[in-house]
Design a protein around this ligand. Structure first.
Ligand code: HEM
Length: 300
């Protein structure tokens, strides 16, 4: 090691924490890209017949993929059965559920060499793909109603509380630009109206996003104009004015984001319970199809 390296102080704990958090944030993307690449390569190279489902590596991939799908069931089991706490936390099993839920189907696709076959194997393959895609949709909705993917479940009252705190915070802050405050309050009033049903709610998600972008742009323009006028009167420096504008932008961005989260929460909660109702029967269909498939290929 060089003398310069010898003199370097060891990284401080917050630095190490930031690096680990950075790695943690990149991992799901790296995993997703590796999966997409593996699917693309497997599909494009299927004509080479690198695997055969009946024997050798292809057969083993089928067994490992099926084992992964059995193992992923430990998550719902661990979640429901208190006596299984010795297996480790729910968080770990949820993570493994999602990893095996993606890897298992990828291995099964390699086992099938990305081709359809007999009726029983087609039903098993298609059920598996439907359940895996349904899992990905569930994961998206799940993250919307929890504090992060592995955090506890959020509640509407809690989100409303945060929004109310920010609302009183900005009421004082925006004395310099009352137009900004009015714009933000008008936005929140509009998006917090109850949608009449799920379809209306889904449409509302799109219109709220468009309205949010529009509100942020208008707020920025209004704040820039009012702050410029006020800084001329009060003799603020350019740095001070710029800092205030950035502050107003940050606060209004946070407010718009929180209002959106409150407005979408009830809908995502409803969608998640609908998803549960659909996901379980799909899963049982997969179990039956997989059992029929295994019996058919081994006994007939
Ligand atoms: C073929 C693969 C998969 C099977 C067989 C499967 C099966 C299941 C089962 C049986 C449940 C429990 C439902 C319940 O508790 O009522 C579940 C929940 C869930 N799965 Fe999967 N899943 C698969 C793939 C995936 C994937 C790929 C993801 C996301 C990356 C995923 C995300 C979820 C989520 C978010 C839940 C709800 C968790 C909760 O409510 O605590 N699943 N899955």
């Amino acid at each position: 090691m060089s003398a310069a390296n010898d003199q370097m102080p060891p990284p401080s704990e917050p630095q190490v924490g930031a690096v680990l958090r950075g790695i943690g944030a990149v991992m799901p993307w790296a995993f997703g890209m590796a999966v997409v690449l593996a699917l693309f390569a497997g599909y494009r190279l299927r004509h080479l017949e690198l695997t055969t489902a009946e024997r050798g590596a292809g057969y083993m991939l089928g067994i490992i993929g099926a084992m992964m799908m059995l193992l992923l069931l430990l998550y719902p089991l661990r979640k429901r059965v208190r006596g299984l706490a010795f297996m480790g936390g729910n968080r770990l099993w949820f993570r493994l559920h999602m990893i095996f839920g993606v890897l298992g189907p990828v291995l099964i696709l390699y086992h099938a060499n990305f081709r359809l076959g007999s009726t029983n194997s087609n039903v098993a393959l298609i059920s598996m793909l439907i359940v895996a895609v349904s899992g990905l949709v569930g994961r998206y909705i799940y993250a919307k109603i929890h504090h992060g993917l592995y955090g506890r479940k959020a509640s509407l009252a809690e989100l409303r509380g945060t929004l109310d705190d920010t609302r009183s915070d900005i009421a004082a802050l925006f004395a310099v630009s009352p137009g900004v405050r009015d714009e933000l309050f008008a936005f929140s009033e509009r998006v917090l109206q109850e949608p009449s049903g799920v379809l209306h709610g889904l449409g509302r998600i799109v219109t709220t996003r468009i309205a949010a972008a529009h509100t942020r742009r208008r707020v920025h323009r209004l704040a820039r104009r009012d702050i410029a006028a006020r800084s001329r009167d009060a003799g603020w420096s350019r740095t001070e004015a710029r800092r205030l504008l950035r502050h107003v932008d940050n606060k209004s961005r946070a407010f718009v984001k929180q209002a959106r989260a409150v407005s979408e929460f009830a809908l995502y909660e409803r969608l998640f319970s609908l998803w549960h109702v659909l996901h379980l029967p799909l899963f049982f269909m997969l179990v039956i199809a997989a059992i029929v498939h295994v019996i058919a290929v081994h006994f007939y």
